[in-house]
Design a binder for this molecule. Structure first.
Ligand SMILES: Cc1cc2nc3c(=O)[nH]c(=O)nc-3n(C[C@H](O)[C@H](O)[C@H](O)COP(=O)(O)O)c2cc1C
Length: 379
């Protein structure tokens, strides 16, 4: 199996994969398959895990030609008063139905490698790629939320072993997606007898791969294997964010001879005036935020992931409540566009977006803000 080098990004662009177009700043949605979406708040109007709601958001993204509809792989909620993210749709079956209901957007599915067998993942991914006519992207997650991994009846692996498992897992998925003949595989984690998966995906040799590992090992995994990496910023200072993005790209270029796309996530709080936006932020985050659920989330993230140490996560807590730790875009429509411009200027290829009242916020974005994003030359 060859490791794809620089040519991989070019071939994805040539094949017109939605994630690999020439727009200055790609856009996407995040966690539209789960209750609460990205906002850990008791405010009315947060996302419900029902089909009409998640479908509405996917169709809004499709109408704006969003490059990425990214669901979250989640099996249990985070407690607190809201039991944030406790209800939700499984991401592969979600992606298949969303693919059938959209025309243009890139559709992701998120696989927790310890919970999904590679033969199953390859077959489901192939199915989604055919339903969407080549718009599928596979997000590989090694699993950091211990209670949900343990729900499957097996202990959670140590951090380094999770990535070793992911490496072997991905190797098998790629073989299933590309090889003509049956193959056997015997590794540390998997034994495959006469491995076979047909048809192969629409996108040749295989669909794009996403990873959001933030630890050193995770960043190496993404730099070596992913076509798009997501950064979780440990700062909100644009210059420091720029450095974090550049160092990701450098790692991929220097160590693995690869070009990768680098994306992040952001949340939008828009008002007629900046004050109105800031007042709403205060209301849903400080007055009505579910701080207990956020504490549970960050405690387990700090213990089991290595993206950021606990002490670095604490100051980010309000950003997790406001929008899954994203970059804040708060203010008037012009200020939101300036924020998106800043994200492009610091070197990001794209960003996922979320709103506290997801549907209302995204409808307003389409009506009021998106034309300005286009006017600014970002799309
Ligand atoms: C955009 C984005 C999407 C993610 N999606 C998921 C997900 O669906 N499920 C999950 O358990 N973790 C998800 N993560 C977490 C990361 O993939 C990663 O597992 C985590 O940061 C821990 O990895 P590390 O120990 O290498 O830092 C996501 C992170 C980001 C930034």
């Amino acid at each position: 199996m060859t490791i794809p080098g620089k040519g991989r990004a070019d071939s994805l662009r040539a094949a017109k994969h939605p994630l690999f177009n020439d727009r200055k700043l790609g856009l996407g949605t995040f966690s539209t398959n789960l209750s609460g979406g990205c906002a850990i708040s008791k405010i009315d109007g947060v996302l419900k895990a029902d089909w009409p709601s998640t479908l509405r958001l996917a169709q809004l993204g499709d109408e704006m030609d969003f490059e990425a509809l990214v669901p979250v792989g989640r099996w249990k909620g985070f407690g607190g008063e809201t039991n944030f993210n406790s209800e939700g749709f499984e991401s592969f079956s979600w992606a298949s139905a969303i693919s059938a209901s959209t025309q243009r957007a890139g559709v992701f599915a998120t696989t927790h490698v310890p919970t999904i067998h590679p033969i199953f993942a390859a077959k489901m991914g192939t199915t989604i790629d055919h339903v969407s006519n080549g718009r599928y992207v596979m997000n590989i997650v090694t699993g950091w939320y211990k209670p949900e991994i343990e729900m499957f009846g097996r202990p959670q692996l140590g951090h380094e072993d999770r990535y070793k498992l992911a490496e072997e897992w991905l190797h098998i998925v790629k073989r299933l997606w590309t090889e003509e003949d049956e193959f056997d595989h015997e590794g540390r984690f998997f034994k495959i007898n006469g491995g076979w998966c047909r048809p192969h995906p629409v996108h040749k040799p295989y669909p794009p791969i996403m990873n959001a590992g933030g630890s050193d090992t995770g960043r190496h995994f993404a730099a070596k294997y992913a076509d798009v990496a997501f950064v979780t910023f440990n700062t909100r200072d644009p210059d420091q964010m720029r450095q974090q993005i550049a160092s990701y790209r450098d790692l991929a270029r220097k160590e693995y001879g690869r070009e990768i796309k680098v994306w992040a996530n952001a949340y939008i709080v828009q008002g007629e005036t900046e004050k109105e936006a800031r007042d709403f932020y205060k209301h849903y985050v400080h007055d009505l935020g579910d701080w207990k659920a956020a504490t549970n989330l960050l405690d387990t993230l700090g213990l089991n992931a290595q993206t950021l140490p606990l002490e670095a996560l604490e100051p980010l807590k309000e950003h997790f409540i406001a929008g899954w730790g994203g970059v804040p875009l708060i203010g008037t429509k012009e200020q939101v566009v300036d924020g998106l411009q800043m994200m492009s200027n610091i070197g990001l290829d794209g960003t996922l977006l979320s709103w506290a009242r997801y549907i209302g916020g995204m409808e307003e974005f389409q009506r009021v803000t998106y034309p300005l994003v286009v006017q600014a030359g970002l799309r």
